[in-house]
Design a protein. Structure first.
Length: 292
């Protein structure tokens, strides 16, 4: 009896857990659709900005625009790590933290001083536990980031880079490829670098076919800060979509595993119950035979 009662208790507990994980899977699936739409809307704009900058870039411009300045030696770098505020997403946050630590070690091995800016409770909690100093920590950015959120994170770093206080700025985020593929990625946002594979072939032809008004210098003055801000926004929305994808996958796996455990426990319970009934019948038959 004790064994069957314990099996019934475990079956009831796992059934309730499966209901929770199934519900979380459905919620993440619903949120993933909206988050992926934001990613697909942000990518073309970011790509066009990058193309415009690449086609207007000139080696002489680096002397006039602080955001294009490439330092000879990197003495101080900043890393913005984006993680989620919630868990139950498998190895999603672990992979991001591992990528950030790998980048910090690489920069420090090259003699650079590194400061960390953490966005998301999971990253903040880990580095606090490790007693790692953080320059800033943000937990107020939700899974629906806005351009104002991106502005508040990256603009102070952009100003410091412009003033020469920072030599490089990196973003560690989750790249959204699909719901099943969300690898961690590193993006260097400052200094801004042109994409030569896009620029070399098209630059001469593009400039030959267009008359720029205002001038290229004026366009760059406006578009460079916008490009940095948009890069931050894109990293935020891609990480948000990746979080929902990772959580959906983790909850689906948990639901499937709970179903397999229920099947095993139900078979075990039926065998135990059958053995118990057989034993009771045998005891009754034995008692009746003893009375004859």
């Amino acid at each position: 009896m004790a064994q069957t009662r314990e099996l019934k208790r475990r079956i009831k507990s796992i059934r309730k857990t499966r209901q929770i994980t199934k519900t979380m899977e459905m919620v993440s699936t619903s949120k993933l659709k909206r988050a992926s739409d934001r990613v697909h809307a942000a990518r073309p704009y970011a790509e066009r900005l990058g193309e415009v900058i690449s086609r207007l870039m000139d080696p002489e411009l680096r002397e006039r625009y602080p955001l294009l300045r490439k330092p000879e030696t990197v003495n101080r770098a900043a890393i913005v790590l984006i993680t989620s505020n919630r868990g139950l997403a498998g190895a999603f946050n672990v992979n991001l933290i591992r990528e950030a630590r790998r980048l910090m070690e690489r920069l420090r091995s090259n003699g650079a001083e590194v400061e960390l800016h953490a966005v998301g409770r999971k990253g903040i909690g880990f580095f606090r536990f490790q007693k790692q100093a953080m320059a800033t920590s943000r937990t107020d950015i939700t899974d629906r980031p806005s351009s104002d959120d991106a502005l508040s994170v990256i603009d102070p770093l952009r100003e410091r880079f412009k003033n020469g206080e920072l030599d490089e700025v990196y973003i560690v985020y989750a790249q959204f490829r699909s719901a099943l593929s969300t690898p961690p990625a590193v993006m260097k946002v400052l200094p801004i670098e042109e994409k030569k594979e896009e620029a070399d072939e098209a630059k001469g032809k593009w400039l030959a076919n267009y008359t720029l008004s205002p001038s290229g210098d004026q366009i760059l003055t406006q578009i460079l800060p916008l490009y940095v801000r948009n890069s931050m926004y894109r990293a935020l929305v891609e990480t948000a979509a990746s979080e929902h994808g990772a959580r959906r996958t983790a909850m689906k796996n948990a639901t499937d595993n709970a179903g397999e455990m229920l099947d095993l426990l139900n078979r075990t319970y039926n065998r135990a119950r059958q053995a118990q009934i057989t034993q009771e019948i045998a005891e009754i038959v034995g008692g009746a035979a003893a009375l004859e």
